[in-house]
Design a protein. Sequence first.
Length: 153
Amino acid sequence: MIKILFICHGNICRSPMCEYVMKDLVERQGLSDCFFIDSAATSREEIGNRVHRGTREKLKKEGIFCGDHRARQMTRADYEQFDYLIGMDTWNIDNMQRIVRQDPEKKISRLLDFSECPRDIQDPWYTGNFDVTYEDVAEGCQALLEYIKENDL
């Protein structure tokens, strides 16, 4: 089973969007039994809070189920439990590396590093643009899934 943890700053906008988009992708391809997908934060600011309204509304508009995820903070133990630890931007990556201290298995990367145009995913908490974030997330999740199918399945 491939285990993916998506990580952003607060775990209420980008990373849960990735979690549900990726769950939808693998379900539509009949691969749900091959994956465990979750999300977490690098900070403690939103611990216990629900997925941001903007993310829930965008996922609903796209026909993607959004469960009752509650924000949690990434831990060092997550490094051992997950195969892929996927951050949304360079700042997330720096904070993830601070939490795990070392990445000897090279499990940490940005989501869009798997795409043809590597870049950060802007935080809609600040931009207010959940549409652009969704487009980046969808692109990144599709690219990550293709990478995993070619290399790990």
